[in-house]
Design a protein around this ligand. Structure first.
Ligand code: PLP
Length: 428
């Protein structure tokens, strides 16, 4: 390691031992990183191709206000998303407040009283429980007479095809498939697996709507779920596709009819996609989407680096150090409250924003234990930026994700390791 690096890392608080340990692991990951760069290259072409095809122009960067009629920037961006993801249509809006909102809009826009919603991949993301009414909540789908059925994955993560066949009935209108494991221990689904699952569901019921919660999955592979049969695909712009630049927003893309149904819910029946000013966000949406393939690659490298660092130190990591990746989340089981706290404090200490604050566990609404969160993000709560969080309860796992650049993700992991070492929890 060059002396200038040792002293610069030293100035950041990273000891030579931690640096050397990290360097050796980073060096061993070169072939893996090359593969990630190849996927980013492919996806970069995909994005630019869609932008060129739709004649993105300087005028597209301009803001609109009021009703936002004929907002050429907004309408063109939606064409760009649709083409890039192989979909007929897309809704990409700052009026979509977050990923949960996007999913809620897609579901409530396409389900009617008496319909049934099916999840064939187990329990959905926590925040969707109240949207669906799994946990009773005001205004849930359940209150509007939409029922919910669930088929869990089999031991080992395989689809329970027989269970799914049995669960699909004449009322099954929409099947929701969550790509990422979220904060569960099941494996994340690959796009190919999602394609197989959709093909199976359609073989049982050809007109069922297959929707994919694509949060954290965009640009991790060359194909997206809409390119293997998904009728709807939904995600958040403060995760992968916003490229770290989108300050807010979500997207819903897929078949025209279903996207329009969602638009009629986001605004109103009749108005649909026609209204919704882009105010000042167009440029950051375009530029973020342009950067998204490489930003996602950086976050993936950080996740793989973290997996290998902590695996080598004997901790259990999901996915493991060598597995193929289908989202950007990394879970590390640290086995103690002190470990979770030290890890998160290290991530915070590496941040460009709020690095001087010390995160501590607290009782967050909606959680059944104290939770510690580390995030020093330019965009509040943005989890494509370097961030980590962990509930203070067994097995004491932290979930780590993001990093707008690989170099910053690396610093964050080294800093987490340094804090672990300083607390006497690891020996490097
Ligand atoms: C983040 C996430 C959501 C919800 O997104 P928010 O923006 O936090 O509302 C839904 N599903 C999955 C799998 C996610 O990762």
């Amino acid at each position: 390691m060059e002396p200038s690096f040792v002293s610069m890392y030293g100035a950041m608080g990273i000891s030579p031992e931690v640096l050397t340990f990290g360097e050796e692991i980073a060096a061993s990951l070169k072939p893996r990183f090359e593969e990630i760069d190849r996927i980013a290259e492919y996806n970069q072409l995909k994005v630019v191709h869609a932008m060129q095809k739709n004649k993105v122009s300087a005028a597209c960067m301009n803001p609109s206000s009021g009703y936002g009629y004929d907002d050429i920037g907004r309408d063109t961006l939606e064409r760009v998303y649709a083409d890039c993801f192989g979909a007929e249509d897309a809704l990409v809006r700052p009026q979509i407040a977050c990923g949960t909102h996007a999913l809620g809009v897609a579901l409530s826009g396409n389900l009617r009283p008496g319909d049934e919603l099916l999840s064939p991949v187990g329990k959905p993301y926590d925040t969707l429980e109240e949207v669906i009414g799994i946990r009773p909540s005001r205004g849930s789908l359940a209150e509007y007479g939409v029922t919910y059925a669930q088929v869990d994955l089999l031991e080992g993560g395989a689809f329970d095809y027989e269970g799914i066949r049995a669960a699909i009935n004449e009322r099954t209108k929409l099947i929701t498939i969550q790509r990422s494991k979220g904060y569960q221990t099941r494996p994340t689904l690959s796009v190919a697996q999602i394609g197989e699952l959709i093909a199976f569901c359609k073989s049982v019921k050809p007109d069922v709507i297959c929707m994919v919660d694509n949060c954290y999955g965009e640009f991790v592979e060359e194909l997206e779920p809409t390119q293997v049969g998904a009728d709807l695909m939904v995600g958040s712009l403060i995760k992968n596709p916003g490229g770290g630049l989108a300050p807010i927003g979500g997207y819903i893309c897929g078949r025209k009819e279903y996207v329009e149904n969602a638009a009629f819910r986001l605004t109103t029946p009749g108005l649909g996609k026609e209204v919704g000013a882009s105010i000042g966000v167009n440029q950051s949406f375009y530029q973020g989407f342009f950067l998204a393939p490489t930003v996602t690659a950086a976050a993936l490298k950080g996740a793989i680096f973290a997996a290998n660092v902590y695996e080598k130190l004997g901790f259990s990591v999901v996915p493991n150090g060598t597995e193929s990746r289908h989202d950007i989340i990394q879970a590390v089981t640290l086995g103690s409250a002190e470990g979770v706290i030290a890890f998160c404090q290290g991530i915070q200490a590496a941040a460009p924003v709020d690095s001087y604050v010390t995160p501590v566990p607290w009782a967050m609404p909606g959680y059944d234990s104290d939770v510690i969160m580390a995030a020093g993000a330019f965009v509040q709560g943005s989890s494509i930026e370097l961030s980590a969080d962990g509930p203070i309860k067994p097995p004491y796992a932290v979930y780590f994700q993001g990093g707008l650049t690989w170099q910053h993700a690396k610093l964050g992991i080294l800093m987490s390791l340094q804090k672990m070492k300083d607390a006497g929890l690891v020996n490097v």
